[in-house]
Design a protein around this ligand. Structure first.
Ligand code: AMP
Length: 114
């Protein structure tokens, strides 16, 4: 897969407002927030999009979701709720081809999404 801006963030080649990191996952604030809290959770080992994930990535995908849930809990959004989103390819609205989970919190979300 081609290099992306998120891979550059993982390598610390470009700055980001990092809020969480462990061996496998990095989380940073979205540059163009769509909610009071908008954080992106990415695997350090790049997968282009959800369609490229395999069973070998199952644990990593689980870690991304659990890291997002844990951050939301720490920030006090457990009771009120929040939204996690994975945009996949063109119709899904994906613009950066390094798989990421959006965590949106701090406002009431609507459904259906735009
Ligand atoms: P998606 O459209 O699902 O691929 O989401 C990509 C997200 O990355 C968008 O919400 C952008 O605002 C965000 N984004 C793009 N470049 C950066 C960056 N350098 N730092 C933080 N967020 C970014």
């Amino acid at each position: 897969m081609t290099d992306t801006i998120f891979a550059k963030i993982v390598r610390r080649e470009i700055p980001a407002d990092i809020v969480y990191e462990d061996d496998d996952v990095l989380a940073f604030r979205d540059l163009n927030p769509q909610a009071p809290v908008h954080v992106l959770f990415i695997p350090k080992r790049a997968i282009a999009s959800l369609g490229d994930a395999t069973t070998a990535d199952a644990e990593l995908l689980g870690k991304l979701l659990l890291a997002a849930a844990s951050y939301a809990r720490e920030q006090g959004f457990e009771k009120k709720g929040y939204r996690t989103v994975l945009n996949t390819n063109e119709d899904g609205g994906q613009t950066v081809y390094h798989l990421h989970v959006h965590l949106l919190a701090g406002r009431r979300m609507t459904w259906p999404p735009g």
